[in-house]
Design a protein around this ligand. Structure first.
Ligand code: SF4
Length: 389
């Protein structure tokens, strides 16, 4: 097994200045978070560098990305993070490519953090759900006040830095039930000026299927947004789901699909030193909470990789689920996000809980690609062109 990229999610600050209605982290199941240190101790950050250095001896890794996460990581002093980045580069570069990323709610961004982001060329992921009304429905602070204006101010500061080539800003947007497809997409691209968008589906395992109307709406929104993107933005806006689907469909069509033996792997480091499977899998709760308890101070990366839970995940990343073997899009979709496939009865060997929407979306993109570039505008519904600047 070769690891293309190792994502280390550093829970730098285990508290948050927002209290979003759909937060997966501050839940009864994860109530122990309040017993852990608010800020990750500096000594632990140094232990992490040693842990990664040792990992590189046993596992071939091309790139390590340290992602500052929380809670809300920008509540920590930028100077502490700078010291860690410099030490990590000094100790690890030469053996592996080193990168840094910040996942923030964008509520507050100090000048010190902005300098650090530019200095270390950090990728910035910022959570925004759409326009003010939609965003402020869920993303509120502890006083119940919406955060849209504050996030927008942060974007207005970050995006000029992106245009100057210093940083890459990716919006993480949850497509909840009130997300209204093209209207929200246009707000993010035309009003906010975003160039990179990662669309997220609501956290669900296959044990919690949404109703047919929800899947139908999700599929329609994805297809409409894709058409709009294809017509107007494909050369200037990166919507990761769209670009990766187009690439994968073309690769399959031309027989270029590579082997799935180079994987991307991750783990989260908690502020008490625990090394844990990343948060995406918290919804697979009985499985997630039965993983081995490992600590960066007295265990090695190979202990993390060898635990049965991780072996199971590696299998899921390399193999398409049995339930998807007959699907015409199995090489493109591969069962969707592993966490969305989980059931208590069968583990991860299921279709995605969003299968109906994914299937429709993939078929739609395939049809558009089959139409060929010159025929595309004619193949698109005229309603999508109306009113578009
Ligand atoms: S579209 Fe559905 S059946 Fe096909 S690979 Fe994706 S989850 Fe599996």
């Amino acid at each position: 097994m070769r690891i293309n990229a190792l994502y280390v999610i550093i829970k730098l600050v285990e508290r948050c200045n927002l209290k979003c209605s759909y937060c997966y982290y501050y839940t009864d199941e994860n109530a122990e978070v309040y017993q852990r240190a608010t800020l990750m101790p500096d000594g632990l950050l140094l232990d992490l560098i040693g842990y990664i250095r040792e990992a590189l001896v046993s596992a071939p890794v091309r790139r390590v990305v340290f992602g500052f996460h929380g809670g809300e990581p920008t509540l920590a002093k930028a100077s502490r993070v700078r010291a860690f980045c410099e030490q990590a580069r000094q100790d690890l570069e030469g053996q592996v490519e080193v990168g840094f990323a910040l996942q923030t709610n964008g509520v507050h961004m100090s000048r010190e953090w902005l300098s650090l982001i530019v200095e270390q060329r950090m990728g910035v992921g910022i959570s925004i759900d759409g326009d003010r009304q939609l965003h402020d429905t869920h993303r509120v602070d502890h006083a119940g006040k919406g955060s849209y204006d504050r996030v927008r101010h942060t974007l207005d500061t970050l995006l000029p830095l992106e245009r100057a080539g210093h940083v890459r800003v990716t919006a993480l947007t949850v497509m909840g039930e009130t997300f209204d497809g093209v209207a929200q997409y246009r707000h993010m691209v035309d009003t906010l000026g975003l160039n990179h968008i990662k669309l997220l589906f609501v956290d669900r395992t296959a044990d919690m299927p949404p109703g047919a109307p929800v899947l139908d709406k999700l599929a329609s929104d994805l297809c409409d947004m894709f058409d709009h993107w294809l017509l107007h933005d494909r050369n200037r806006v990166d919507v990761s789901l769209f670009t990766s689907t187009v690439r994968a469909l073309l690769a399959v069509e031309h027989g270029l699909r590579g082997a799935r033996d180079r994987i991307t792997m991750g783990f989260a480091l908690l502020s008490d030193g625990r090394v844990r499977i990343q948060d995406d899998f918290m919804i697979a709760s009985d499985w997630f909470w039965s993983q081995q308890e490992l600590n960066v101070v007295d265990t090695a990366f190979k202990d993390y990789v060898q635990q049965p839970h991780l072996q199971q995940l590696v299998h899921e990343l390399i193999h398409v689920p049995d339930a998807c073997q007959d699907c015409e899009f199995s090489d493109v979709c591969a069962g969707g996000e592993p966490a969305h496939r989980y059931t208590r009865a069968r583990g991860f060997d299921n279709r995605s809980v969003y299968c109906d929407a994914l299937m429709r979306f993939h078929r739609h993109v395939q049809t558009r690609l089959a139409a060929g570039s010159r025929a595309l505008p004619a193949a698109l519904p005229s309603t999508l062109e109306a009113g578009v600047a």
